[in-house]
Write a protein that binds this ligand. Structure first.
Ligand code: WTA
Length: 649
């Protein structure tokens, strides 16, 4: 980590947008970008109004913003429908026969749905949901593999005003249960399974296990993906997707919904064990995702856009579903792993469908680097014109590799910083306008007002590390944490009074470019997936052998960060490699494989302050094999640290 930070500090390379790219870009010069920023600064409401007018509204709004700190309402009185904006409005002209989704399954089959076909399927499934008694405001949990039916289910909810909560297919029963219960979902939409790395992954059994204790759930809809014969259907609760749809018709007008009608809840990890239900509403979220898709990815009708994220994460919500479809883009969707059957699957897909814009995560890029240049070099990649990254800081080495080996020095790179909570991209170059510097997300988009501050909220000078905050409300901001306003206020607004606190550390350089350093709270970012140390710790202590656990991060050359867990054992248990394995498996079972610790270390005691708080900072140093230079004076028992180091040898 130290090494990569120093290299980021030394980074001087500036890469100008290619001239021919700028000529045809939506935002074609830095001056144009600055003009937009000034317009947004001088008259924020006028600026956002103009942008919101790009959507189709059933009723115009009366007021742009009501800001009752820290609660925002945008486009008050306006009425619209997100599914209408992603589908119906594209059906009047030639776009009705344009590909909306080009899907490829991991085993290799492919399906294309035009806008008209997608519209039809969404309407049918929306009617199916109605048949199950789902109405406006009801919550629907969706736990599916990356198949078009996942998009169909999402848009069907939006069409009738039901609130979707998509649960990533990698989560295990316990995590599913927590989310369903918090959202009090009435219906669960799932599949028999999916494919990943040549294996059939089980989904329905996880739902069955979760639902042993989910009183709100009345029905489960099961899409048949794999044809798994061993699925059990619970009579009276479960029905097959195809049976539900067999009698539904394709006529389902989109409901006219208030701009502030809840669109979805997406759970994300916070600083406590309990996941946070980030709530987004219709108008503002769609405005944010639509305009950022258009400007950051310079989306045109001729593009084929591939965002490789799973729809279980915010990136998939905003840049597989809502943003691109609202722009009538052609979206590529892929079910499986990047290295199945071989490490060139992504490049094969790029060539096969002539992908022009590729949006992926630094973890994937670092893995491709490791697998070797021979894999991308087997493919032409000449259709690509723009590359994007998201989810974690990208080290300049990986940035340059992406630029040289994938983009052939032809494609600009947009390093986009944002969060589940921000709904849409906040900091990013505009590819035809902003000179890029490897490792920096460059500047805020017009209308976004970030700052770097100290704990008291004072702005810090250039090149000083501090907390990344956002000073003014923006349309796609989260509205609250579902059912927990108090936690919303505490988590985002109270720590540094008056501003939205992102949880990230960053600095701004002399040209106004932002450099994200990573989380400053107890959130770990493994392979671009957000996990809370507390969530993993509580999974560990639920194992009978564990007395206490402390989880810290350690830099990893592929996943950015890796999980190291320090564990003290309950009486009667002895350290062993079997137990290490068992504890790792236990975390997978409780949360999902994404939370699997890279290392479990047994220790006799954990370093604590006199008030009993575990000193994770010291453990982090131990996990990295570094000397602790920080203050150890609050340590209750200094010998614990020495012992931890001895145990390491
Ligand atoms: C991190 C993902 C550096 C950051 C969209 C943030 C990034 C967290 C970047 C949000 C980036 C995201 N550079 N760090 N370009 N993008 N992050 O909610 O720590 O899954 O707070 O949203 O990812 O993760 P989330």
């Amino acid at each position: 980590m130290k090494e990569s930070i120093t290299s980021v500090l030394r980074e001087q390379r500036v890469i100008e947008p290619p001239k021919d790219f700028s000529l045809s870009a939506h935002i074609s010069s830095f001056e144009e970008y600055e003009k937009l920023c000034r317009a947004a600064q001088d008259d924020p409401e006028g600026y956002w109004s103009k942008i919101a007018a790009e959507l189709d509204w059933f009723e115009p709004w009366q007021k742009v913003l009501e800001w009752n700190y820290p609660y925002a309402k945008w486009f008050l009185g306006g009425r619209l429908n997100a599914s209408y904006n992603c589908l119906d409005r594209h059906l009047t002209g030639w776009r009705k026969n344009k590909a909306a989704i080009i899907w490829e399954g991991e085993p290799g089959e492919s399906r294309t749905l035009t806008y008209q076909q997608l519209h039809r399927e969404v309407c049918r499934f929306a009617n199916g949901l109605k048949r199950l008694g789902v109405s406006s405001g009801d919550r629907v949990a969706i736990y599916m593999p990356m198949v078009p039916e996942l998009v169909i289910a999402v848009l069907a909810c939006a069409r009738i005003g039901a609130v979707h909560t998509v649960i990533f297919g990698g989560f295990a029963a316990h995590a599913i249960r927590d989310r369903i219960n918090d959202a009090k979902a009435k219906v669960v939409v799932t599949a028999d399974g999916g494919y990943r790395r040549g294996q059939e992954i089980q989904l329905k059994p996880n739902v069955d296990e979760a639902l042993t204790n989910c009183p709100s759930v009345q029905s489960v809809v099961v899409f048949r993906r794999t044809g798994n014969q061993f699925i059990t259907m619970h009579h009276g609760r479960d029905c097959w997707w195809h049976d539900l749809l067999s009698e539904t018709d394709a006529n389902c007008p989109a409901e006219s919904l208030d701009s502030e009608h809840p669109l979805f809840i997406l759970y994300t990890s916070g600083t406590t064990g309990k996941p946070k239900g980030v709530l987004h509403t219709t108008g503002g979220y769609l405005v944010g995702t639509t305009i950022t898709s258009k400007w950051v990815f310079d989306l045109k009708d001729t593009d084929t856009f591939w965002c490789t994220a799973d729809i279980g994460w915010i990136t998939g919500h905003s840049y597989v579903v809502y943003g691109p479809l609202s722009n009538a883009a052609t979206v590529v969707m892929y079910e499986g792993a990047p290295n199945w059957p071989q490490p060139d699957r992504f490049w094969q897909i790029v060539d096969k469908y002539s992908v022009s814009i590729l949006y992926t995560a630094p973890t994937a890029i670092r893995a491709f680097m490791k697998w070797g240049d021979e894999w991308p070099s087997r493919h032409s990649l000449s259709s690509l014109r723009l590359l994007g990254t998201v989810g974690e800081p990208i080290n300049p080495e990986a940035w340059m590799w992406y630029y040289n080996v994938i983009g052939k020095q032809r494609c600009p790179i947009v390093d986009t910083w944002w969060q589940t909570e921000t709904g849409a991209i906040m900091l990013s170059p505009l590819p035809g306008a902003t000179p890029t510097v490897p490792g920096s997300a460059t500047k805020p988009l017009p209308g976004i007002v970030p700052d770097i501050v100290d704990k008291q909220g004072n702005s810090l000078p250039d090149n000083t590390g501090g907390y990344l905050v956002i000073r003014k409300p923006w349309p796609s901001m989260l509205r609250t944490l579902y059912g927990d306003d108090e936690r919303y206020e505490r988590q985002y607004w109270n720590e540094i009074p008056g501003v939205y606190f992102t949880g990230d550390g960053a600095r701004r350089d002399e040209r106004g470019y932002y450099w994200i350093m990573g989380r400053v709270d107890d959130v770990i970012n493994v392979a671009g997936h957000r996990l809370s140390t507390m969530e993993i710790e509580s999974a560990l202590v639920s194992h009978p052998a564990v007395a206490e656990a402390a989880v810290v991060d350690r830099p990893d050359s592929i996943t950015g960060q890796a999980i190291v867990a320090f564990v003290t054992l309950a009486a009667g248990f002895q350290p062993s490699s079997e137990l290490q394995q068992d504890l790792k498996d236990h975390v997978c079972k409780e949360i999902g494989a994404l939370a699997r610790p890279q290392e479990i270390r047994f220790t006799e005691a954990l370093p604590k302050t006199r008030s009993g708080k575990i000193m994770r900072r010291l453990l982090r140093d131990v996990a990295r094999g570094e000397e602790s230079l920080g203050d150890t004076s609050t340590l209750e028992d200094i010998s614990v640290l020495a012992r931890l180091r001895d145990e390491q040898e």
